[in-house]
Write a new protein. Structure first.
Length: 352
């Protein structure tokens, strides 16, 4: 579907899936339950009844899921589904801050799903864009997201539990937030490992500090995602959202509490990591001071012995003990006695 094509309203009721390069799925809920729907049928229901400007007749709920959108999908969202160009631009560009924007007839949400990449052992974030109306849900994301598939499967299995888009929105938000807890456990384990590595890394190789800085950066990125979602949930609870039934508010409040708890846990982990970094730097400073004391002690010992050697090594004709038979043994003995005395002194002071 060309991005600059002017679409006729009647022609918009039929969508050729071959024109869309992304993976697009659609589901529709009606009296007979939830079933997968052809894209053109889902678009027809969306345009006639569910979407902005629709009649609102019937009890159908439509969910359209777009994976890996491009320019053709941008035109589909903007011209066919009639979403605001600014929201569509956010979907295509990505890297948006978690937020909730209100448009005529629907809300636009940005949130992130998180998981632990088992291959790299690091956190991976997937951006989700959610168009939420009274009878439609449209999700847009770059990769397949497990939470979306789980909510759709639960919807199809128990349609009575997801009678409207408010329940679907809660299911998706709850699944996304619940996915943060394994990531948080992963960070907690890594912080403990870093603390143990800090105690073991007595050689000061620098690997421990590099790992701590990398982990702190990941925690900062994670907090930048979770903290705005706390504000997002607060906005949904405080705004007059017409398709959120009053009985759903406690469930959204529960998700909000989970986000608050995760944010506090992230801050706690960051404080523990900061304390570990300070302890590591203090330990490195102590090791450096101990090393400098040892080097200073040996420098004094060798300098004192070199002083004796320098005195007897001066090339003057008239020097005492210059032709003494035991001069060499005397000089060596003086150096050993002076060096041994200094060594014993520094040993007593625990410098060596």
């Amino acid at each position: 579907m060309a991005a600059n094509r002017e679409l006729d309203p009647a022609a918009c009721l039929h969508v050729d899936p071959r024109e869309l390069q992304a993976e697009v799925h659609a589901w529709a809920a009606g009296p007979s339950g939830v079933h997968g729907a052809p894209l053109d049928e889902a678009v027809r229901l969306f345009r006639e009844r569910c979407g902005p400007g629709g009649t609102g007749e019937g009890d159908q709920v439509v969910w359209i899921d777009v994976v890996s959108p491009g320019e053709a999908e941008a035109a589909f969202l903007r011209d066919t589904l009639r979403f605001h160009p600014l929201a569509v631009e956010d979907c295509i560009r990505g890297r948006q801050r978690p937020k909730v924007d209100r448009y005529a007839g629907y809300f636009f949400l940005v949130l992130y799903a998180a998981r632990v990449n088992p291959e790299r052992g690091r956190m991976a974030l997937n951006e989700i864009h959610l168009f939420l109306g009274e009878r439609f849900v449209v999700t847009v994301h770059d990769k397949k997201i497990r939470e979306v598939g789980e909510v759709v499967a639960r919807w199809r299995t128990s349609p009575d539990r997801f009678r409207d888009t408010g329940a679907l929105a809660h299911g998706l938000l709850d699944a996304v937030v619940d996915g943060y807890f394994p990531v948080l456990d992963h960070f907690s384990d890594r912080v403990e490992e870093m603390e143990e590595a800090m105690l073991v890394d007595s050689g000061g190789s620098g690997d421990g500090m590099q790992g701590m800085l990398s982990l702190r950066r990941e925690l900062t990125i994670f907090r930048r995602v979770v903290a705005p979602e706390r504000d997002l949930m607060t906005s949904l609870l405080r705004r007059d959202v017409p398709f959120l039934r009053p009985e759903l508010l406690p469930y959204f409040q529960d998700v909000h509490d989970h986000v608050m708890r995760i944010t506090e846990e992230i801050d706690a982990q960051r404080e523990l990591l900061a304390a570990a970094v300070d302890a590591y730097l203090s330990s490195a400073s102590n090791r450096l001071n101990h090393t400098m004391r040892i080097m200073a002690a040996w420098s004094i010992i060798l300098m004192a012995m070199a002083w004796i050697a320098g005195v007897y090594g001066m090339n003057f004709d008239r020097m005492p003990e210059l032709h003494w038979r035991f001069g060499y043994a005397w000089a060596l003995g003086a150096m050993v006695l002076l060096g041994g005395g200094l060594f014993g002194f520094f040993r007593y002071r625990r410098w060596i």
